[in-house]
Design a protein around this ligand. Sequence first.
Ligand SMILES: [Mg+2]
Length: 103
Amino acid sequence: MTKELRTLTLDEWASLCHNIAVEKGFWDEKRNLGEALMLIVTELAEAMESYRVQDGANFKEEIADTFIRLFDLCGGLKIDIAQEIIKKTEKNKNRPYKHGKIC
Ligand SMILES: [Mg+2]
């Protein structure tokens, strides 16, 4: 890796995380999308548990795990996540206060 990791774009993170997951055998068989999504949720549950027991270091690691799994999935599904975030942010900017919901 010649490029400083902190300077990677979102799409470069997706490629990196996906390539590592491929190298480690997590894509040897066709991925079950539901399982992949639930594994991302599992990382958030681990973050919640770390928060509950006030383990700040592990909380941050579980948040990182969440991003890593999301980037891996984006890489595997060839989702241009930077473009999708831009599109959704523009959409959100034009939504009403609290997205028009009362509570
Ligand atoms: Mg974890």
